[in-house]
Design a protein around this ligand. Structure first.
Ligand code: 1CP
Length: 341
């Protein structure tokens, strides 16, 4: 029987939606923390295929989600392109920065990224073998704008200021960087698909700070380019796009980019997303991640509201953004029980 996630992505309206969770392998799980300690640190975990496959499988074993998402990070692509990457304890990622044409010229080409990324493809091959027969395997990458914000600033930024500055001051360098990331992302995702990923997702976590024509040029166009190239090479593989906090930009996003499913964050109501986004196809989302910390009857009611709002069309149940380290695994179990009841 076809996997539930694939059925929703094909446009089927299901009585019970498939369910998975962004960052489902992560620090809220004691078994994840133990495996991460065994690996040494976060990046060593990403590049260790056996241990990365193990942490991908942990939430599947514990909760029986309908999909597993490859354990890796969107910042491995910049690293494969030649950026230095490290994680400051308790603070997050740090990268070497690109501030002008010299930085761009120093980057590797899209065909030179695979040596560094080979362990990720091996993780996908292990997962394709070891996942339960009804669990779908999702590969992923960052969308070019979000990846570029880290490559330009060298870290996460609240308003993506440095990336906006380069975009406005040196459009040529900025556009060329977006193109280089898009080209690398096509090759990276194509290799994940060849290794066994059945679905791929593009995370554009900072899409919400692109306004007006910038949204069309840097959130829509590069994602469309990646999807068009992947569809030509792998016609049957569905693609989920997540232009987080796009607001009105969610409307028509699937048609503009060719995505099979649009993931929506919880800054929009499920009723609004059902009316405005789901009318053009499958929608993923959008329970507020805070419910995984607070739990209780409010979690139950909010999860029921999401299920009810999206019941008239194809839907994948998910959070509006990643689960946080302070979440309680019992609340995850309660969410799944509620959705499947
Ligand atoms: O300490 C740790 O163990 C590291 C925490 C962590 C984890 C579990 C990071 C560092 N990355 C990941 C895994 C990860 N990252 C996955 C794995 C699959 C899953 O279970 O979902 C995925 C899909 C990502 C994607 C990712 N990384 C995004 C896009 C999604 C999002 O959350 O918006 C972004 C922006 C990153 C960058 C990144 N990596 C890690 C952190 C702390 C960050 C965010 C930095 C910032 O706040 O700017």
């Amino acid at each position: 029987m076809t996997k539930l996630l694939m059925r929703a992505l094909a446009g089927e309206v299901l009585r019970v939606p498939p369910i998975w969770m962004m960052r489902q392998a992560g620090r809220y799980l004691p078994e994840y923390r133990a495996t991460r300690a065994q690996a040494g640190d976060f990046l060593k975990l990403c590049y260790n295929p056996e241990l990365a496959a193990e942490v991908t499988l942990q939430p599947i074993r514990r909760f029986g989600f309908d999909a597993a998402i490859l354990f890796a990070d969107i910042l491995l692509v910049p690293q494969a392109l030649g950026a230095d990457l490290w994680f400051e304890n308790g603070e997050g990622p740090r990268l070497s920065t690109i501030t002008g044409p010299e930085g761009l010229r120093a980057l590797k080409g899209q065909d030179d990224i695979h040596d560094r990324l080979a362990p990720i493809y091996e993780t996908v091959r292990i997962l394709a073998r070891e996942l339960p027969a009804d669990t779908a395997l999702i590969g992923f990458a960052g969308a070019p704008w979000t990846v570029a914000t880290y490559m330009i600033a060298g870290r996460g930024t609240p308003d993506q200021g440095p990336a906006h500055l380069l975009k406005n001051a040196d459009r040529e360098t900025f556009s060329a960087l977006i193109d280089r990331v898009a080209e690398a992302t096509i090759e990276y995702l194509s290799m994940q698909i060849s290794a066994g990923a059945e679905v791929v997702k593009l995370f554009d976590s900072w899409a919400g700070s692109l306004k007006g024509a910038d949204f069309d040029d840097f959130a829509v166009a590069p994602v469309k380019r990646i999807i068009t190239a992947l569809k030509a090479r792998h016609p049957g593989v569905p693609i989920i796009a997540f232009p987080r906090e796009a607001g009105a930009g969610y409307i028509g996003f699937a048609a503009k980019t060719g995505a099979d499913c649009v993931a929506v964050d919880n800054s929009v109501s499920p009723e609004w997303a059902a009316a405005e986004v789901q009318k053009s196809g499958c929608v993923q989302g959008n329970l507020a991640p805070g419910h995984m910390v607070s739990g209780g009857q409010e979690l139950v009611e909010a999860a029921q509201r999401v299920v009810r709002a999206f019941a008239g069309g194809p839907h994948i149940f998910n959070l509006g953004h990643g689960i946080t380290p302070d979440a309680d695994p019992d609340n995850v179990a309660l969410m799944i029980e509620t959705v499947r009841a």
